[in-house]
Unconditional design. Sequence first.
Length: 156
Amino acid sequence: MMFAGCRAAPAHRDTHDADVRTIKEGEMLWVRHWSTRDVDQILSHYAEDAIWMGPHLPFANGREAIREVVQRLVEDGNFSITFEPARVDTAKSGELGFSQGRYTMTLTDPFTKRAVTDQGSYARIYRREPGGGWRTIQEINTSSPTDVRTPSEPRP
């Protein structure tokens, strides 16, 4: 028996390794954009509907809300940030990806007016945009405790 017009669906092209490489390279570029304090370049890494959460800063829902947070940060004369992904991966579908890693950020303490350095971890969820690029849709940053003790150590 022959079925006219029936064809097998084209095989899904595996772009996993290229996608992971693209996200990693995008994060390296993002660090450079932060170092130039170019708000528009920094924001180009976020989707319009992105959500950003960071320690000691307001929750930001949407690229324009993120713009307000980024603007505050880059206006701080002591501000600097570096981050590097420790792990990057993408879904089999090729529609979503993530990165997680560590960051170091320096800014001015609003009370002491002195530069303080915060270190912590971050996680980002990426979405493949029309045209194939990747943009962050969710980012969360968490500070690492600065006063870490084991349970057996005495408390002050």
